[in-house]
Design a protein around this ligand. Structure first.
Ligand code: 5GP
Length: 114
C-alpha cells in the first residue's frame, strides 16, 4: 500500500535498522525501544490487523512467529524469556495498520501490561 509506513520500510523507501529480511518477512528495531531488544517482525504483504487474517495467511503468520523466536535465540534471550505482542486496533494501541509482531526482551517484563 502506497501510504503504509511499514511497507515503505520493507521496501527500503524509509530507513530502518533492519536485523533480518527475506522474500516474505522483515524484522527491524523499533524506533522507540521499550527494552534492550524491541524488534518489529512484519510480513511484506500488507494486512492491516489480526482481524483480517484468513486461512490463506497461515504460512506467513507462522513465518513471522518463527522468525521472532529465531531472533530471540540469536540474542540469547530465549531461556530468560521474552514477550511477543500483536496490538490489534486502537484500544490495544495499534498505531500502524500493517500487522507487526513486537518482540520485547532483555529485561524483566511486568504483567499485565497497561
Ligand atoms: P503499534 O503501536 O502499532 O503496536 O506499534 C507500532 C510501533 O512502530 C511502535 O512501537 C513505534 O515505536 C514503531 N514505529 C513507528 N514509526 C516507526 C518508524 O518510522 N520506524 C521504526 N523503526 N519504528 C516505528
Amino acid at each position: 500500500m502506497a501510504d503504509c509506513l511499514f511497507c515503505k520500510i520493507a521496501n527500503h523507501e524509509v530507513p530502518a535498522s533492519i536485523v533480518y529480511e527475506d522474500d516474505s518477512v522483515v524484522a527491524f528495531n523499533d524506533i522507540n525501544t521499550e527494552a534492550t531488544t524491541h524488534i518489529l517482525v512484519i510480513q511484506r504483504q500488507n494486512i492491516a490487523t489480526l482481524n483480517d487474517i484468513k486461512p490463506c495467511h497461515d504460512q506467513i503468520v507462522g513465518e513471522v512467529v518463527r522468525r521472532a523466536a529465531a531472533i530471540a535465540a540469536e540474542r540469547k534471550i530465549s531461556a530468560g524469556g521474552y514477550r511477543v505482542v500483536f496490538n490489534t486496533n486502537r484500544e490495544a494501541g495499534q498505531s500502524v495498520f500493517h500487522i507487526h509482531l513486537h518482540l520485547i526482551g532483555g529485561r524483566s517484563l511486568g504483567w499485565p501490561p497497561g
